[in-house]
Design a protein around this ligand. Structure first.
Ligand SMILES: Nc1ncnc2c1ncn2[C@@H]1O[C@H](COP(=O)(O)OP(=O)(O)O)[C@@H](O)[C@H]1O
Ligand SMILES: [Mg+2]
Length: 306
């Protein structure tokens, strides 16, 4: 079945039956994803990465953490979930329930692919810059905080529009977001068995994989309609949780009016198709790109601006 047909079928199919379906977990190993704190302890810790215990106790100086504690937003940090090049994700607690804390590392050890090329026009809002300065961050720290703040804002925008993303738990006001420093606090997706698997790790059956693909394309189109290009869209940044595809990892998102927006949208479509191929879904990136564009025609002001 082509993805077009599947997408239409998926849109016609009632979602609730999906929500009751059990989560496929056979290929997903929670041990792997949640590699325990003890196991990680012995490994070389890249500069800037801190232990879960010291993150909360304040022995580690992570901008924003003291404020989050004082505000009572975070009442404990229990474990390290995953560590990538740019950030480490911790599992914590707070009045909102179980939290995922995404802690950005000092920008000197970070390497966003899109960093230099797409930076211009990404943070055009002087309000954000002033709020970060007012919160006390300078120099490199201010740069790191900008990524966290931009991720928060993108999450808020998508969450409010009804796109499945982890709910942001600070904000939405810019001044509050700036106080959160290098830490993005959001709702944790997972349960006692472990975190929600990434689509790349979820052992989806043929029909579920087709459905997840259709849904991922639908999300890409919704983002485009909202004026957002994800910028790192693939099965590695899509979680499979309770029968839904959840979009994560949005600090590099760029506005649709950015000069590179279409280039990035095309790259997102290509990466989506390439990574879905591993799940047995055959799809053509050009078709996805065109369909996303067609599903979300330019808003009137953009159309008149040519
Ligand atoms: N809200 C969340 N709930 C559960 N797991 C999450 C959540 N956010 C991130 N993760 C896990 O942490 C990993 C890294 O998060 P991500 O935002 O993609 O950061 P990175 O920049 O390191 O790729 C994800 O692949 C996912 O497994
Ligand atoms: Mg990621």
């Amino acid at each position: 079945m082509t993805y077009r047909a599947t997408w239409r079928a998926a849109r016609a199919a009632p979602l609730p039956t999906r929500l009751e379906a059990p989560l496929p977990r056979s290929r997903y190993d929670p041990e792997d994803a949640t590699e325990s704190f003890a196991k990680r302890k012995d490994r070389r810790r890249p500069h800037g990465r801190v232990r879960a215990s010291s993150l909360f106790e304040g022995t580690a100086s992570v901008p924003g953490m003291a404020w989050l504690r004082k505000q009572g937003i975070v009442t404990g940090v229990d474990a390290e979930l995953r560590s990538g090049k740019e950030a480490t994700i911790y599992v914590g607690r707070g009045p909102a329930g179980t939290l995922a804390l995404k802690v950005y590392r000092d920008r000197s050890v970070r390497s966003f692919k899109a960093d230099g090329r797409y930076e211009a026009g990404r943070f055009e809002d002087g309000g954000a810059t002033r709020a970060i300065a007012a919160a006390g961050a300078r120099g490199r720290r201010a740069q790191t905080a900008r990524w966290a703040l931009h991720e928060y804002r993108t999450l808020w925008r998508l969450h409010r529009a009804g796109v499945p993303v982890p709910e942001p738990l600070v904000g939405p006001g810019t001044r509050l977001l700036a106080r959160s420093g290098d830490v993005v606090v959001m709702r944790y997706l997972g349960d006692d068995d472990g975190p929600a698997p990434r689509l790349a790790d979820a052992a989806l059956s043929g029909a579920d994989a087709e459905w997840a693909f259709a849904r991922s394309v639908e999300h890409l189109a919704t983002l485009w309609r909202l004026g957002v290009v994800h910028g790192d869209y693939s099965t590695y940044n899509l979680l499979w949780w309770q029968g839904e595809v959840v979009v994560i990892d949005v600090p590099q998102a760029i506005p649709r009016h950015h000069a590179e927006a279409k280039t990035l949208l095309r790259r997102d479509a290509t990466n989506l198709c390439d990574t879905f191929a591993a799940l047995g879904v055959e799809a053509d990136a050009d078709t996805v790109f065109s369909e996303v564009e067609a599903a979300a025609p330019a808003p009137p002001d953009e159309a008149s601006a040519g």
